[in-house]
Design a protein around this ligand. Structure first.
Ligand SMILES: [Zn+2]
Length: 441
């Protein structure tokens, strides 16, 4: 998250609602739910297709276009079911997960970018093939199985549970929601929004965490989680999918700080694919209000990403209450686009001239980078070569480590908690974390 000079920045909690990450009972489509209601066994003359483009009701009728689910599209008329995801691929409606292929899930997703509306559709479960998938739980303590060095474990809570991650233990305590203070700073491979998908990157730093050790996540209630494990990235290119929600296209110069930051990491900014989103259902998401410190509409916004190829989804809105920008988590569940923590949101009007550095900062979070130090001196970040600004540097004694109090001690790093003096150069250890993200191609 990026704030200029506010208090300790915490990620906003993410609500569940009907856009819960993985398994909430999908909201029924008006009309038919899926092809199964229209035809007992293929080949079928009728499918469950769009009947009214305005309210997005469905009916059993012959296919509309030639595009089968997964085919590229720009409008619904090109698709057999009349349904084109805002991310540009045809999709089929569903009533539950049984209607979808094993590498898909049934969830609320957005179609028709210029007049975006939501339907319950089969969408790809992930943008990359996971190396492992399994189900953990039910239980309040879940043991993460083994995974390749540097892998990202994405834990997707099933419907109806709003779990809070309390602790994560490996060979040592890695995350402790009660000890995020200066007395017992946890070294964290995860910063979990509450509730939502959780991405655990092991090891979190370059050493110090044994990835082969048994890792146990403790939640505040019994949960069942789908675990998808993704191998670390092996390339150097990072693509962006930019969603314009109630805002005009961004100037290319907005991407300069991100370009420079990735270059400093030995990576490069690849394709920037732009998705203009219009219509009243989506435009109400252009101004994000907070409720008790949380932004309850983020899951709906992040659901726009369903069906994307491997990338960092960036949602540009006009304003975000309290924040200039937010990452869904550290690291974000980037290989599972459409999930509530998969991507970053930036407030174009709120960030103003700082938009470019806000974007770079938030993408850094999404790729797995923590603040060097929080405003109050808390340190969650496990890297050895990042400068540390000690709480003793708080010369005016206001409890905040201001950028001018951390001169030469991290204030110009793009992941300093305040972006007032942020530059674009990452340290070699930060660079290694960036390049390890599964979506680096
Ligand atoms: Zn931040």
């Amino acid at each position: 998250m990026a704030r200029q000079a506010l208090t300790l920045a915490l990620l906003a909690a993410l609500g569940c609602g009907d856009d819960s990450p993985a398994e909430c009972p999908p909201q029924p489509n008006p009309g038919c739910a899926s092809d199964a209601e229209c035809c007992a066994s293929p080949p079928c003359a009728n499918r469950c297709v769009r009947s009214d483009a305005l309210v997005l009701s469905l009916e059993c009728a012959p296919p509309i276009g030639a595009g089968e689910p997964g085919a590229p599209c720009t409008t619904g008329d090109e698709c057999a079911h009349g349904l084109c995801l805002v991310t540009g691929r045809c999709a089929a409606p569903c009533g539950d997960h049984a209607d979808c292929a094993t590498d898909e899930r049934c969830r609320r997703a957005w179609v028709d970018g210029d007049a975006a509306r939501r339907a319950t559709l089969c969408v790809p479960r992930s943008s990359l093939p996971p190396v492992t998938t399994d189900v953990l739980g039910p239980g309040a303590r879940l043991t993460l199985g083994s995974a390749p060095l540097g892998a990202h474990h994405v834990l997707l809570p099933r419907c109806g549970v709003l779990p809070e991650l309390l602790t994560l233990d490996g060979a040592s305590r890695l995350y402790d929601v009660d000890a995020l203070g200066t007395d017992a700073p946890p070294t964290s491979p995860v910063f979990a929004p509450d509730p939502g998908p959780i991405t655990v990157a092991l090891p979190s730093g370059l050493d110090g965490v044994d990835p082969a050790a048994e890792h146990v996540a403790t939640f505040d209630q019994p949960v069942t989680m789908d675990r998808l494990v993704f191998a670390p990235g092996a390339g150097s290119r990072i693509d962006i999918d930019l969603f314009l929600v109630g805002v005009a296209d961004l100037e290319d110069a907005t991407f300069d700080p991100l370009r420079a930051m990735l270059t400093s990491a030995g990576a490069s900014l690849g394709e920037v694919r732009v998705h203009p989103i219009g219509g009243p259902e989506a435009e109400r998401l252009a101004i994000l209000e907070s409720e008790r410190g949380a932004i309850p509409e983020l899951p709906e916004l992040f659901a726009l990403g369903a069906g994307l190829p491997p990338s960092v989804p960036v949602f540009a809105v006009r304003q975000i209450d309290l924040f200039l920008g937010l990452a869904g988590a550290i690291p974000a569940a980037l290989p599972v686009p459409g999930a509530p923590s998969a991507g970053v949101v930036i407030g174009v009007d709120t960030a103003g001239d700082m938009l470019g550095i806000v974007l770079a900062h938030e993408v850094g979070h999404a790729l797995g980078l923590f603040h060097l130090v929080e405003a109050d001196g808390t340190q969650r970040e496990p890297l050895a070569d990042t400068p540390v600004c000690p709480i003793d540097a708080d010369a005016d004694g206001d409890g905040l480590l201001e950028p001018d109090e951390c001169d030469g001690a991290g204030a110009t790093n793009p992941l300093f908690w305040s972006i007032e003096r942020a530059g674009t150069t990452l340290t070699p250890d930060q660079a290694s974390i960036v390049r390890r993200s599964p979506i680096v191609l």
